[in-house]
Design a protein around this ligand. Structure first.
Ligand code: NAD
Length: 297
């Protein structure tokens, strides 16, 4: 395996391209937006600069990594020679199904097709192609160059051989693959998101306040970040979407989103990206300040 295509050059796509290029794979980075492609290359270059500053790579490594990446706005041209195509477009099922139909048509027969989806069924994606045995999930974590985990998701149709290939490849790019079956939320979100929801319920029921709920988990359980702060970082709309995927997928009331979370999303307080969630965020400030709504909770 030498040539990798990455479809979608946003937050995850540019990180995935960065890692493969750093390990000397030839990467074809594809996006419908030229602006997104330009931004992706800039982002990769500045992440590489940060690594140079930390002395984990050299200037020559940076040049080599960047020279391994080509950009394309046409998927048909971009995937021509690839051995593996990794889709990282926005989390929209119709868009992903269309991309996989196109990948199935444009990629050579031996090419493995992977999705970085956080919540869409790999079995359903595989079923719209004529190569369900070669369709698999590669769920990278954000930021991709830093986070070690790749959840390798085995769809109903995925073959053993393809699972083994993707596990081995993940190790080769310095990651730790964990194989999981294709059920809602896989493992990462099935375990993490209900914990966050429970923290929000505890706040909603006034068992404690924002600061203390987070401190219990940081200093009692050694979590690097409390669950409410983490929710702000992920985006409260994303947390709600994932809870709805778990709730709809398992039809189990234990995954019902906390009404407080629903209200915050309706109010547009989505966490760090909107400047306010459980905490409030000012550009440049590192202080953790509770949002006004929760100050006298
Ligand atoms: P993003 O919005 O940052 O990037 C999506 C990119 O896809 C954009 O650049 C957009 O122009 C491009 N795109 C849209 N339609 C396209 C098309 N038809 N062809 C080519 N490119 C197209 O999204 P993201 O946060 O990088 O998420 C991508 C995927 O990764 C989603 O499935 C998401 O669930 C998953 N994911 C995200 C995170 C995260 O923390 N952001 C973590 C794990 C998994």
């Amino acid at each position: 395996m030498k040539n990798i295509a990455v479809v979608g050059s946003g937050t995850m796509g540019n990180g995935i391209a960065h890692v493969f290029a750093q390990y000397d794979y030839k990467v074809s980075l594809i996006d419908i937006s030229e602006e997104a492609l330009t931004k992706a290359i800039k982002n990769i270059a500045s992440n590489l600069d940060r690594m140079i500053a930390k002395q984990t790579i050299t200037e020559a490594d940076k040049e080599r990594t960047l020279s391994n990446i080509s950009t394309h706005s046409s998927m048909k041209l971009g995937v021509q020679d690839c051995d593996l195509a990794i889709e990282a477009v926005s989390e929209n099922i119709n868009l992903k199904l269309k991309i996989f139909k196109d990948l199935d048509e444009f990629c050579k027969h031996s090419c493995i097709l992977a999705s970085n989806t956080s919540s869409i069924s790999i079995s359903q994606i595989g079923a719209v192609t004529k190569r369900g045995d070669k369709v698999i999930g590669m769920h990278f974590m954000n930021p991709v160059p830093v986070m070690k985990l790749v959840e390798v998701i085995r769809g109903y149709l995925t073959s053993d051989k393809v699972c083994t290939t993707i596990n081995e490849l993940s190790v080769r790019i310095g990651k730790i693959p964990c194989e999981v079956q294709d059920y809602p939320g896989f493992i990462s979100n099935r375990v993490l998101i209900p914990m966050i929801n429970e923290a929000i319920f505890a706040l909603h029921e006034r068992v404690s306040n924002v600061r203390d709920i987070d401190m219990v988990m940081r200093f009692g359980m050694n979590h690097p970040m409390g669950p409410l702060q983490l929710a702000d970082f992920i985006g409260l709309d994303v947390v709600l979407d994932i809870l709805n995927v778990l709730h709809d997928g398992f039809k189990n009331p234990k995954y019902a989103p906390c009404p407080l979370l629903v209200n915050m999303v309706r109010a547009g307080h989505l966490g760090k990206k909107t400047g306010s969630g459980f905490y409030k965020y000012k550009d440049g400030s590192k202080d953790l300040v509770m949002a006004d709504h929760f100050r006298h909770w």
